[in-house]
Design a protein around this ligand. Structure first.
Ligand code: NAD
Length: 304
């Protein structure tokens, strides 16, 4: 397989994360061709950021040295790969950045290897704000030579790249990160609901948690701007979080690990998706706890 430096990238999936990530590749000097399933999205990206729009994935990958995918789930990645695999030139590098299923990714990597296409998985953490600033944390899996080749592309979008193992290991790590993140979020919301019923001010509770050992990413970055504000607009979907918890459970089951907390979290996330309907932000997970408690969190000092 070719070890030449990558200059041209086909970027498939210009969603909440893909848009700012592709924009950072352009800023770093890569030649970028974008495509998305939503009609007009690639053209809107090109009008705002530059690059070239392709009408479908097969057209996007023509002549590209690397292909980046950042799609909702492994199901969309599999569908795109079925479309592009026959036209991928040997030596192309596939950089799969979705929070996907490690098992599916390993199978896809094997299929691509038969076509002399190396695949690495490089899911991200940091959300839309850090995607915009190019400060994502990446957890990468794959052969060292392929990861070396991917590195300049990944560096244009991130400040931290951890190599965590063979292909699929990045996605296992990502799902486990989101398991911890979701658990911290939900236990924090329960604490706020209890405290509010007791007469504590939820906003003040967040300040106290953030100065104390109960602090976590949700207390620091999510409760104020997205939950107590009632904005629920962080840019990471509740359905995607439920999917990540399902992957964490899949990894748990695949390794024979007993996972009672993960199972509960996954069931609660799926319940929240059903209760709240499609198109919800993951921070609206709090509304499931509110519904179960029969209490809504308030932004201001508790009355009485
Ligand atoms: P999104 O739904 O905003 O974007 C996904 C994009 O993929 C959409 O624009 C959609 O039209 C496009 N798409 C779907 N199927 C396609 C296909 N067959 N061909 C071309 N385009 C297609 O999702 P997102 O929030 O950008 O998340 C993408 C991935 O990154 C998910 O796996 C998610 O779990 C992960 N992630 C998201 C965040 C976040 O904060 N949003 C953070 C870390 C990781």
């Amino acid at each position: 397989m070719s070890g030449a430096a990558i200059r041209s990238v086909a970027f498939i999936g210009i969603g909440n994360m893909g848009w700012p990530m592709a924009a950072n590749l352009l800023r770093a000097g890569f030649s970028v061709t974008v495509c998305d399933a939503v009609a007009g999205r690639a053209e809107a990206f090109v009008a705002a950021q530059g690059g070239v729009a392709a009408s479908n994935a097969a057209a996007a990958v023509a002549g590209a040295e690397a292909v980046v995918t950042i799609l909702p789930t492994s199901a969309e990645v599999e569908a795109v790969l079925a479309e592009i695999a026959p036209v991928l030139a040997p030596g192309t590098l596939l950089i799969e950045m979705s929070s996907g299923s490690p098992l599916v990714t390993r199978r896809l990597a094997e299929e691509l290897a038969a076509r002399q296409v190396a695949m690495v998985d490089a899911p991200v953490s940091g959300g839309v704000p850090r995607a915009r600033t190019g400060e994502l944390a990446i957890m990468a899996g794959g052969e060292q030579a392929a990861l070396d080749r991917a590195e300049p592309v990944l560096k244009a979008m991130s400040t931290t790249i951890h190599r965590v193992g063979t292909v699929g290991a990045g996605q296992a790590m990502k799902a486990l990160n989101n398991l911890v993140s979701a658990g911290g979020f939900l236990i924090g919301i329960e604490a706020l609901l209890i405290g509010q019923r007791f007469g504590l001010d939820p906003a003040l509770m967040v300040d106290v948690l953030n100065a104390s050992t109960g602090m976590n990413n949700a207390t620091q970055k999510k409760f104020g701007p997205y939950v107590l504000s009632r904005a629920f607009d962080s840019g990471f979907g509740l359905d995607l979080m439920a999917k990540d918890l399902g992957i964490a459970l899949e990894v748990g089951r695949g390794t024979g690990t007993v996972t009672p907390f993960a199972a509960l979290l996954r069931e609660m996330a799926s319940s929240a998706v059903n209760l709240l309907g499609p198109g919800q932000d993951h921070t609206a997970f709090a509304r499931l706890s509110e519904a179960l408690a029969g209490t809504e969190l308030w932004p201001g000092p508790a009355a009485g």
